[in-house]
Write a protein that binds this ligand. Structure first.
Ligand code: PFF
Length: 457
């Protein structure tokens, strides 16, 4: 049998995993959900969710991967003989397909907007209505939307094609530092705009009246999405890790980077949005409708618009490769496929599955499943059902099926110092994973069925 691939260095793993975590979720979704839910108060709740649920589940996922050195299906198979648990791994592989198919559509818009910024299109807009109408005209154009989906998927496939070290690790080592540099430039630009203070106030002064049970559940669900949890992406990346590496310390660094990027993106976006007199609570259109107008109104907007959409595309790309890698690792480990063949076949399949999502903005807009168009349905299914369900089952598996004692024994490898000097940290991991995570994630799932929202109404 061919030797399984692994990361070339510890920092390679951290950058790749942080690349998976940092994505459209941080730069596109986080600012608009924070904007819709009252800013600072929401951010505070979100940070708590990240700390008490996100971090413990991230450690559990990476640990499952590293212990078994397998993709999600193989990982469950190695630790339990039950078919049910193996199918939980299968659910992860399917979620990988599903998420990538709609994620690629939004990432494609982002790529398309790099070209629009270079063309200087945004300077024709003076109000959000104009840029919104232009966005609608682009997304109604089948060639534009499917074309950029194809371009984005090809880039994703190209990186994964070269494998773990030469593809994913190398690309992450180049793209992640670039992402941080661009983000810092944009933050400084935002902070130096006249009237930026209002944006900062919005991010720092909590208005607790916005914090409803619904907002807490949104924060919790987003904690999952942003850390790439619940579908085995972190498990797969963990499976290429060495037993000598310290998982808790790597996990803290990944969470730190992810949170930092979301907050800096929030500062960069809201300072500019407030300084140019735009409103923060417009929902998903914040990036593609509001920002083009913001760029028009700021000096240097031409350059900053190009930088911004490059940033968004890089962030999306480092996440997309982790989604595709889950699928590839499954076919390589479990079905004996060659990596190159798996990437070509399943990259194309994901692109094909993405087409109905792309068409939801034009010819298929009238096609509804449970009242949602295909794109919204797939987004809902993945973010509100598959990821929380996966996360719930993963925490139950580690805490109750595999068992804490075995988990701790494996977690200790590479983290002996932590175990000896800070036994309390280990104790907290246990409590959070065993009690908090299952109960809170279960509430998120209930909420997505609409049961909770009807109770709280
Ligand atoms: N964490 C990514 C983001 O915030 O955009 C999304 C994501 C990537 C979710 C990979 C799940 C995953 F497996």
């Amino acid at each position: 049998m061919q030797q399984r691939e692994n990361w070339g260095s510890k920092v390679g793993f951290i950058l790749a995993a942080a690349g998976s975590a940092v994505g459209l979720g941080n730069i596109w979704k986080f600012p608009y959900i924070a904007g819709e839910n009252g800013g600072a108060a929401f951010i505070f709740i979100y940070l708590i969710c990240i700390a008490i649920i996100g971090l413990p589940v991230l450690i559990a996922e990476v640990l499952l991967g590293r212990t078994t050195q397998r993709n999600p299906v193989g990982a469950f198979r190695k630790l339990s003989n039950s078919k049910i648990w193996v199918s939980v791994g299968g659910l992860g592989v399917i979620a990988g397909f599903v998420i990538l198919s709609f994620y690629g559509v939004v990432a494609g818009w982002s790529f398309g907007y790099i070209i629009e910024s270079i063309k200087g299109t945004f300077f024709e807009f003076s109000k959000v209505g104009d840029s919104g109408a232009y966005f609608t005209s682009l997304t109604s154009n089948i060639t534009w939307i499917v074309g950029y989906l194809a371009i984005f998927m090809s880039l994703t496939m190209l990186i994964v094609y070269f494998g773990v070290q030469k593809g994913i690790e190398r690309a992450s080592k180049i793209m992640m530092p670039l992402l941080i540099v661009i983000l810092l430039i944009l933050m400084i630009r935002g902070l130096t705009m006249e009237g930026a203070g209002k944006g900062i106030d919005f991010l720092l002064k909590p208005d607790w009246s916005h914090i409803t049970p619904g907002a807490v559940l949104i924060a919790l669900g987003h904690a999952f999405f942003t850390l790439s949890l619940g579908m085995g992406a972190m498990m797969t990346y963990g499976s290429y890790m060495s037993k000598k590496d310290n998982i808790p310390s790597a996990a803290v660094q990944i969470v730190f980077l992810d949170t930092l990027v979301a907050l800096i993106a929030g500062i960069a976006i809201f300072t500019a949005v407030f300084a140019t007199g735009q409103s923060p609570d417009v929902g998903p259109g914040l990036i593609f409708h509001t920002l083009p107008v913001v760029f028009t109104k700021m000096s240097g907007g031409y350059v900053f618009s190009i930088l911004f959409f490059i940033l968004l595309t890089i962030a999306a790309l480092t996440s997309a490769i982790s989604l595709l890698e889950v699928v590839i690792a499954y076919f390589v480990d479990e079905r004996g496929w060659k990596r190159h063949n798996a990437v070509i076949v399943f990259g194309i399949v994901t692109f094909l599955v993405g087409i109905p999502s792309a068409l939801s903005f034009n010819v298929m807009s009238g096609f509804k499943i449970f009242g949602l168009n295909f794109f919204d349905f797939v987004d809902f299914l993945a973010s509100n059902v598959l990821l929380p369900l996966g996360g719930l089952l993963i925490s139950i598996f580690v805490a109750y099926i595999w068992g804490f004692d075995k988990a701790l024994l494996n977690l200790k490898q590479g983290a002996e110092n932590l175990f000896d000097n800070y036994p309390r940290v280990v104790f907290f991991w246990k409590i959070f994973l065993k009690y908090f995570a299952p109960v809170l994630i279960f509430l998120v799932l209930l909420d997505s069925t609409g049961i909770l929202s009807s109770i709280f109404k």
